[in-house]
Design a protein around this ligand. Structure first.
Ligand code: NAI
Ligand code: A1CAB
Length: 265
């Protein structure tokens, strides 16, 4: 990775991405971090906003990983980097390409990306979307940065980023909630709490690994568990009822996408 990167915000997601870049061979000296609070890995410079604006050579990519609620107060100061050719790559939920250009007050090349927390172990899923000012080499560079922490895909239609955020961005939380709910149901049925937690955790982790290891459709893997007239079929009759998991998940994703659209304003 022969890129020079400026990272704004080195919290959960910024820190995960930074760890991934370094693991993929990015020279620590080629990264600079602006974050008033976070620790940075050895060899990586933590600098101030003023130092970031005076960096030489200038950063190729400025990765924006601050909270959406504060991006409006952070980004305007970095507008001068646009004229120097720095491309902006934002992972802020809900914040649009046009919104970022507005905050920078300059005709910036902007990529909007939505990763997720499995990026912390290189197993993330990121979807990217670029504005027309982003040229092929910058597009490839952004893809390289996010590929360092997992799988990537692109959408042309930015409107889909709200749905992407609802599915894969927030999705890990739904899976962890599933573990919590399974453990709670096991406890309520009389299993010792520690055993219920272990069974729920290992079942979800093992099923995820199985899904990853086999090319089969999830429905085929589900059917492989389900003996006709057996215990799983009895449970699935509840989960797949008209008021079961599918309509609930649809409502959850709609709520997340709605919130993503709200964050834009
Ligand atoms: N947590 C998640 O699952 C995901 C989060 N995102 C997006 O990533 C962004 C960051 O989220 P997290 O990493 O979860 O938050 P976080 O709170 O862990 O990290 C934000 C970081 O920004 C730093 N910061 C505060 N003021 C700053 C400033 N003026 N300049 C530079 N840095 C500053 C904070 O000290 C903190 O380390 C958000 O925009 C969020 O929408 C995207 C995908 C998934
Ligand atoms: O909850 C949020 O707003 C962020 C974006 C996707 C996951 N976490």
């Amino acid at each position: 990775m022969g890129l020079r990167v400026l990272l704004l915000g080195c919290g959960r997601m910024g820190g995960s991405m930074l760890a991934g870049w370094l693991a993929q061979g990015l020279d620590p000296a080629a990264v600079a971090v602006v974050d008033p609070a976070a620790e940075v890995p050895p060899g990586v410079r933590r600098i101030t906003q003023d130092e970031a604006l005076a960096l030489t050579p200038r950063p190729d990519i400025c990765v924006v990983a601050v909270k959406p609620q504060m991006i409006n107060s952070v980004l305007p100061a970095y507008g001068p980097l646009v004229a120097q050719g720095t491309v902006f790559l934002s992972i802020a939920a809900g914040i649009t390409l046009a919104g970022i250009e507005r905050m920078l007050n300059a005709p910036a090349a902007v990529v909007r990306a939505m990763p997720n927390t499995p990026a912390a172990i290189g197993r993330g899923m990121t979807v990217l979307c670029a504005n027309p000012r982003v040229e092929a080499p910058a597009r490839a560079a952004c893809e390289t940065l996010l590929s360092a922490v997992g799988a990537v895909d692109w959408v042309d239609d930015e409107a889909l980023m709200d749905e992407v955020t609802a599915l894969s961005g927030s999705g890990p939380a739904y899976v962890f909630l599933l573990v919590e709910a399974m453990a709670e149901a096991g406890r309520a049925a009389g299993l010792p709490p520690a055993l219920a937690e272990k069974l729920a955790r290992q079942t979800v982790a093992g099923s995820g690994a199985l899904l990853d290891a086999q090319p089969d459709e999830p429905a085929a893997l589900r059917r492989a568990v389900t003996s006709p007239g057996g215990t799983t079929a009895a449970a699935l009759a509840v989960l797949m009822a008209d008021d079961g998991l599918a309509p609930l998940m649809k409502r959850a994703l709609e709520a997340a996408a709605h919130r993503s659209r709200e964050l834009a304003s």
